[in-house]
Design a protein around this ligand. Sequence first.
Ligand code: 1HN
Length: 345
Amino acid sequence: MLELGRLEDLPADYVSALTAQNLVPLWPSLRAVLPPGKPGPRTRPAAWSYEALRPLLMKAGELTPIEKAERRVLVLANPGHGLEKMQASSAIYLGMQLLLPGEIAPAHRHTPNAVRMIVEGEGAYTTVDGEKCPMRRGDLILTPTGLWHEHGHDGTDPVVWLDVLDLPLVYYMEASYVIEGTPDFTAREASERAYLRGGVVPSPVFTRASPRYPMLRYPWVEVRAALLALSEVTPTGEAVQVAYVNPETGAECQNILGFSALMLRPGETLTLPARSPAAVFHLIEGGVDARIGETPFSLAEADTCCAPGYTPVSLANRSADTPAFVFVADEAPLHKKLGLHEVRA
Ligand code: 1HN
């Protein structure tokens, strides 16, 4: 590859003349923005232990009342981006949120899309676009762009969930903002009941207007049962994986990030090919040894790890007699829409 000229090779008065006109020579920086063969990601393989973060999150519950936090969250920040950037990858934000009994995290709506993966506790709910969604361990609840949402807690013990947002991307696009106030939605029915069975959708006579986000809550009991059933008809060596989709269209359930759940059969090791999108893995049940590129991580229940794009990942179930269940969030819908999606064998 050609050796390109450096900034230091140019006369200082020439560089100053360029700067005065807001001009920059491309060639000294060309290799940095266009590295050969594959990108040089800032995103590093990284993992966050739930056992280590839980006491710190509970301490936040003592130190900061909900009124002073609005959302009481510890952000899972990838050191490759710098902690202050609050990014897991270029497009993914991750946070662990705590809601204590009796607390309310007030209503707002914003441009970034969010989902919640419930980690611990009973009795909390989130109301999204007028639909009250109970929060139980392993449930996935969508908060798509622009929809009002608030969280409440009628139970007796702390409730914790993992927030996954496309905030870094939407912020980078200079399109991130929030509206606070009183929601102006009309209440909707529990979408999880209307869309419970695969292959059939509610179809009122004559006119059928499909809501843009028809399904907001994906109960873990249903997703887990779907994975167990699928595992019986999936050949050994093939991934037992279901995607969280819009049941009206079969498309990804949100526009920017994609979500799925994986089952690793007892003793199973799954090798995922290197793909262009970054991905996040969160362990819902079981124990998994993950390998992200060259970096090994040992994951226990409720642990979360992050893989940069263009990096192979392997996931091994440590147990010889119980399945493991993994929630996956990735940037695939974004890459596909932009025509950038690649899978490398
Ligand atoms: C947000 O609205 C929530 O509603 C959680 O629970 C985390 C992080 C950044 C921006 C908005 C929530 C968030 C957030």
